[in-house]
Design a protein around this ligand. Sequence first.
Ligand code: SAM
Length: 370
Amino acid sequence: MEEESIKMQQIFRMKGGQGEESYAKNSKIQGAYLSSTVPVLVQAALDFCDNPLPGCVNIADLGCSSGPNTLFAVTELTNIFYRTSWQLGRSQPEFSVFLNDLPGNDFNTVFKSLPAFQEKMRAENGPDFGPCYISGVPGSFYGRLFPSNSLHFVHSGSSLHWLSQVPPELNNTSNPLMNKGKVFISKTSPPAVIEAYQAQFQRDFCSFLEARSKEVVPGGRMVLMFKGRRVDDPAPDESCLLWDYLGQAFQDLVSQGLIEEKKLDTYNTPYYEPYTEEIKDEVERQGSFDLDCILPIILPWDGCNGGIKCTRETTARNTGKAMKAVNGSMIKSHFGEDILDPLFQRFMEIMAADTKKVEHVSLVVSLVRK
Ligand SMILES: C[S@@+](CC[C@H](N)C(=O)[O-])C[C@H]1O[C@@H](n2cnc3c(N)ncnc32)[C@H](O)[C@@H]1O
């Protein structure tokens, strides 16, 4: 594994705990995406029930993080498997649930929430439910995480847009590709920068499929939801606008002398939003999975407000807090902790002063192991 990728695994984490700045309190938009994924998740689970279920259904959630979204898909899936078995008069399966994330994830908070989760599942489904054995699996989903032929259902929400590392061409210390004043692809990015991001996505997504192809049983299912593009254009507003606000906020901090320009030039986000066709191409090239469906999920520009109508200022504040909960660890590691508050304060001011209202787009991809 490349050194940069190991470094990323050590640094990258959502803000843990349950405080005001935590991911748990600032992940409403990811929660809204999960809710929109339900019809695809339900269909995939029902299709899996076309054949008799194994005695123990092994389910993995990859990139589980910590907070109200962590057990969302697991709840849906175990409910469907339990209820469908009951309706068909079949014996009830046991469940083995694997919650995966990078080693720095706040697994402690997740584990503390498990007794209440188990209690809720028993209360809702009755004493015949389960048992449901839950464990944490720290490690990168770009490598092997589970024994061969061991998983029946894999879910991943809002995680696979995170690359294993910044594309190496942008990190090359002697002659790096420059994406001046930006921290992600934007309309002004040189084509070589966009190509480097595309190539990193292809390598990573292929590694992901390769690892899962060994772990998922034939006929097993994967439902993957992550940020993506419904258009070929690599820099539409719906992919770039928030990153442009962040880039502008960084540049303002450079102007104020709070950070060095050189430091900003060497900061890039290990993130990519693939176009639907890029996903189809990788699935086909890797060859182990049939693509059942791939659909866009569109959320309104103020999706981070949890469905509540708010002023532009409040929406900007909520968006800034969500961006900080997700990106804070990487920014802190590169620039130091002191810039986090002024940076995201500036982000919120820039977004509040703008007038654009750009939709958020994710893709949900349903796959069957051949
Ligand atoms: C935005 S959060 C999504 C969390 C949750 N699934 C949800 O829907 O709210 C993305 C998660 O993916 C995890 N992640 C990113 N890259 C990963 C990798 N290579 N392996 C495992 N987890 C990863 C991050 O640590 C983070 O917890």
